[in-house]
Write a protein that binds this ligand. Structure first.
Ligand code: ADP
Ligand code: MG
Ligand code: MG
Length: 205
């Protein structure tokens, strides 16, 4: 992946979240505080502005800029989780323009590890991890090149997000609802699926 592709990923994600902002807020209204779309949209619009102004020249610099911007502007659980996860990923990305497939997988692994450590959630807790963990295991196990695997993951991401409806939330605001959280799709899993769809589009060409 090149730095240009990585920046295109954030442009795509910003556009997707903006387009689905109301839907993400509505999902959060059912089991949280109705701000997930607004939170992420605010942060990603700032990311796009800062990326244009600073034009970070390496994968590491871009990842750091996105992380710091999301940490300082998103607020809420998702801001802290995306921000700290991306700071961990930035340590894996090289301070150069391009990385190989293995490094990209390792960066996403560092992102997921950091979110697991920080949020103490596991698969099945009805969070963004219910999309990121199965996606990462496909990426890490698959023998095919990521130009093939990532679009396949992108095609399944929405199903993984929708499957969170049957789960009871164990972490975040939705956990306060206990069994009443069942029957609703997790907003953070839904926005995470949008991220994978963008990565699929950008890597798949
Ligand atoms: P807040 O809950 O603070 O309003 P958001 O609405 O922006 O923050 O984000 C909520 C999303 O964050 C949830 O849908 C869930 O996917 C994710 N989330 C919340 N807590 C955790 C956690 N401990 N680990 C992983 N993801 C979490
Ligand atoms: Mg919320
Ligand atoms: Mg909130």
């Amino acid at each position: 992946m090149t730095n240009t592709q990585f920046q295109q990923l954030w442009v795509c994600f910003g556009q997707a979240v903006s387009k689905h902002k109301d839907e993400l807020n509505q999902l959060d209204a059912a089991i949280g505080d109705a701000d997930h779309g607004t939170n992420l949209d605010r942060g990603l619009q700032q990311v796009l502005e800062k990326m244009q102004a600073a034009s970070p020249a390496t994968l590491q610099a871009t990842c750091k800029l996105v992380a710091m911007t999301l940490l300082s502007t998103v607020g809420g659980a998702s801001g802290a989780l995306w921000g700290s996860g991306l700071l961990a990923a930035a340590k894996v990305f090289p301070d150069t323009d391009t990385c190989d497939d293995k490094t990209l997988t390792q960066a996403i692994q560092a992102f997921v590890d950091s979110i697991e450590q920080r949020g103490k959630a596991v698969v099945g807790d009805k969070t963004m991890l219910d999309v990121f963990v199965p996606a990462l295991s496909s990426l890490a196990q698959d023998a095919e090149p990521i130009t093939v695997v990532v679009p396949e993951i992108a095609a399944h991401a929405k199903e993984w997000a929708e499957a969170t409806a049957s789960l009871q939330a164990k972490k975040g605001r939705a956990a306060y609802l206990g069994p009443r959280s069942v029957g609703h799709i997790d907003p953070g899993a839904t926005s995470s699926a949008l991220w994978w769809q963008c990565l699929g589009r950008i890597i798949g060409g």
